[in-house]
Write a protein that binds this ligand. Sequence first.
Ligand code: SF4
Length: 185
Amino acid sequence: MTGSLLVHAIVPRSRANGPGERMTVWVQGCTLACGGCFNPGTHPGGEAATSVAELLAMAEALPIEGVTLTGGEPLQQAEGVAAFGAGLKARTGLGLIILTGYSRREIEDDPARLAAVAHADLVVAGRYQRLAHLGGGLRGSSNKAYWWLTGRYRGVELEALPDLEVLVGADGTLTITGMAAPTIG
Ligand code: SF4
C-alpha cells in the first residue's frame, strides 16, 4: 500500500472519538482557520510523514472497532486518506470515521475529496463554529452534519460517547480528548 500521511498524534484505543474503542489519528496540517478551533497545534504543515502501510499495520494489530481520522484537516491529504481507507476496508473489518472541516457539498464537488471518503462509514462534515459549540457527540458544533455512508453506526451511539477522556500512555504521556476537552496547542 503506497501513500503517507502527516500525523500530529495517534491514540491506539480511544473511547471518545466514535463507537467502541478506536485508533484515533490526528493528522497534521489545516488551512481552514475556523474561529475557536480547539486544536490549533495541528494547523502548521509538517515534514515527517507516516506511511499508510505503517498506519494500517498498527490498526490491524489492535483489538478495536475502528479508526477515526481527525485533525488537522484529513481531506487536505486526500490521496493518503483514500489509500488508508481502501487498505483498511480491503484488509480488515474495521470501521472508519472521518472528521473534516469541509462541508458535504465541498466534498462532493471535489473528486479527490470524494475519493478520500469513499471507504468511510461516517463523515462528520463542516466548519467548526464556536458560537454553535456542542459539548457531546462528534459534531463539535451544531452546524456540522453527520453524513452516513453505511449503516454501520447510528446517531444514538454517538450521543452516548464520553464528552471527555483522559489517557495515560505507556511513557506517562497524558492525552485529553473528547468534545469537552480544553483547547490544546
Ligand atoms: S477544520 Fe478542524 S482543525 Fe481545521 S481550523 Fe477547523 S476545527 Fe480547526
